[in-house]
Design a protein around this ligand. Structure first.
Ligand code: SAM
Length: 318
């Protein structure tokens, strides 16, 4: 256990303190290459698991420092993009810089960034680009000057609706009024679901927003981040201490293991089409977990990451 997160949590109870505590950014989407890599990975895995169209409408939870992942999707053909966060991490200036870099990356069919996890290189071509999905024919259309200019205008102006492209950055979003029901083709999140406080409400909202047969793709990081020195040390804090660490922060890791996500998917009648998990054997032993977490299953205890893709089933379908 570390003392710094407890002190920071306590400080957030002091009125006005939250706004002056240093913000370190969200770590990733301030790089166009990172955003490009996220989009290529989720898109390629969706393709492998049966989705063979570029989504017309895409929603992203927790875009972070920029909306670059959604912009990459738009440059590959998506026309409407909803970005939902709880803190306004991104701004128009950063998004425009990232956008210009993304155009070059996609135009040059740049290879995917570092291999990372999961390793999906076998699905890319020899140049480590998904040319079976992002064909020359498709990109010629999606990267036309007219489209690029329309997307750029939509980044600058949230009300922009010309040329059939829209971008809505919703901060903070709320489950009830964010997106019209059954209007979204794909929902994506990358390293976000481990931070959503109200997972049950979020999964319900995701279900409502998706069109029938719509898809979700999420990568989840179950590690302790900077809350402990070991990857699983976040589950050592007893509940009262965790409440102090949470303080009045706008969000914090929720410490929920993979089985909880799978249960919510099943409860909402999603069909899981892809479930990849990574495991670690190091970290603190089970005996050092707090009483609340000590009896989690072996799978939950050792799983440090997952990619989950799921389809909203049409009622009556298997
Ligand atoms: C670790 S960052 C990941 C950012 C980005 N997706 C990436 O891959 O770099 C987590 C993001 O989730 C956001 N977040 C936390 N709780 C959220 C919620 N309930 N709804 C939407 N976003 C949330 C945070 O504000 C932050 O932008």
């Amino acid at each position: 256990m570390k003392i710094k997160p407890v002190v920071k949590g306590l400080l957030t109870f002091i009125p006005g303190m939250q706004s002056i505590l240093p913000s370190t950014g969200t770590g990733g989407t301030n790089s166009a290459y990172w955003c490009y890599g996220i989009w290529l990975k989720h898109l390629t895995l969706l393709w492998e698991n049966g989705t063979h169209t570029i989504p017309n409408t895409i929603a992203e939870l927790g875009p972070g420092d920029s909306i670059g992942t959604g912009l990459a999707a738009m440059l590959c053909g998506a026309n409407n993009y909803y970005a939902m966060d709880v803190v306004k991490h991104s701004n128009i200036e950063t998004n425009l810089v990232i956008f210009d870099e993304l155009i070059e990356l996609i135009k040059s069919r740049a290879k995917r960034p570092t291999k990372g996890w999961p390793d999906i290189d076998k699905y890319y071509d020899d140049t480590l680009f998904p040319s079976h999905i992002l064909t020359d024919e498709l990109l010629e259309e999606t990267l036309s000057e007219k489209r690029i200019s329309a997307i750029r205008n939509a980044i600058k102006n949230p009300e922009y609706q010309n040329e059939g492209v829209t971008i809505k950055y919703m901060v903070p979003w709320s489950a009830d009024n964010t997106i019209e029901e059954e209007t979204v083709d794909v929902i994506l999140s990358h390293s976000v679901l481990q931070e959503i406080a109200e997972l049950e409400g979020a999964y319900r909202a995701l279900y409502l927003w998706l069109k029938p047969n719509g898809m979700m793709t999420h990568q989840i990081d179950f590690g302790a981040q900077y809350f402990a020195d070991t990857w699983n040390g976040h589950r050592a804090y007893p509940e009262f201490l965790w409440t102090i660490i949470k303080g009045r922060r706008p969000y914090l890791i929720n410490r929920q293991p993979p089985s909880v996500h799978v249960d919510f998917l099943k409860k909402n009648k999603f069909k899981i089409t892809c479930l990849l998990k990574s495991y670690r054997e190091d970290g603190i032993p089970r005996s050092k977990l707090s009483a609340y977490w000590r009896n989690i299953t072996d799978d939950d205890f050792t799983c440090d990451g997952a990619v989950i893709q799921a389809k909203k089933q049409v009622p009556g379908a298997e």
